[in-house]
Design a binder for this molecule. Structure first.
Ligand SMILES: Nc1ncnc2c1ncn2[C@@H]1O[C@H](COP(=O)(O)OP(=O)(O)OP(=O)(O)O)[C@@H](O)[C@H]1O
Ligand SMILES: [Mg+2]
Length: 184
């Protein structure tokens, strides 16, 4: 199912989409191969459960995961649950102003990027972002669209769309062998 089919404006269409998403959840394994697979997270507990499963995959220690979705979709929330599941302690703040927040976790390094305010490509070199993406470790990036052309191909693209206050419709796409392994 293409993105354009997910973005219908009418309430009726939304109802159909929801029906489709629920059907897909019922009839398919929650995480499948490289094909986009719509999921429905009924609340933050589902977001957390997904993060905890992802944290158990060995490939997570050296992965690049791009997080797409509007303001308030739940990108930072997913990152927080993932970093917690990987052993992060203390406050996990949103790196909107700093662009990146580094983490030393048990057995791996992680970087949480938020490119929302990224608008100077020189910063890519100057702030060492190129080096971070060349180094081993987990890279998580919100608003990757704002650094298009600089970022490498993500192992996994996560698209989160708001259904209502609590529910999120989520599409996962694996772009690399590591990404397929992460979602298997
Ligand atoms: N199922 C859910 N998954 C994730 N967040 C949820 C869910 N249900 C409710 N929420 C709430 O939605 C909000 C998501 O905010 P969050 O900061 O994670 O969004 P964001 O996508 O990072 O936005 P921004 O683009 O501004 O960085 C949080 O307040 C969170 O508690
Ligand atoms: Mg955020």
């Amino acid at each position: 199912m293409g993105e354009s089919e997910l973005a219908g404006p009418g309430a009726d269409l939304r109802h159909q989409e929801r029906t489709f998403a629920l059907t897909a959840v019922e009839h398919h394994a929650p995480i499948v191969g490289s094909a986009p697979s719509p999921l429905l997270w009924a609340g933050e507990q589902d977001t957390r459960a997904f993060a905890e499963r992802l944290a158990r995959q060995p490939g997570i220690a050296d992965a690049f995961i791009a997080l797409h979705g509007n303001l308030g979709a739940g990108k930072t929330t997913l990152v927080r649950h993932l970093l917690r599941a990987l052993g992060a302690e203390g406050r996990i703040k949103s790196p909107t102003y700093a662009v990146v927040e580094p983490y030393e976790l048990p057995g791996l390094a992680a970087w949480h990027f938020d490119f929302y305010r990224f608008d100077d490509p020189r910063e890519w070199e100057d702030a060492g972002f190129r080096d971070i993406f060349a180094a081993p470790g987990l890279k998580l990036a919100e608003w990757p669209e704002k650094a298009a052309g600089l970022l490498p191909v993500p192992d996994v693209d996560v698209h989160i769309a708001l259904e209502d206050d609590e529910r999120r419709r989520v599409t996962l796409r694996a772009n690399t062998p590591r990404g397929r392994e992460l979602l298997s």
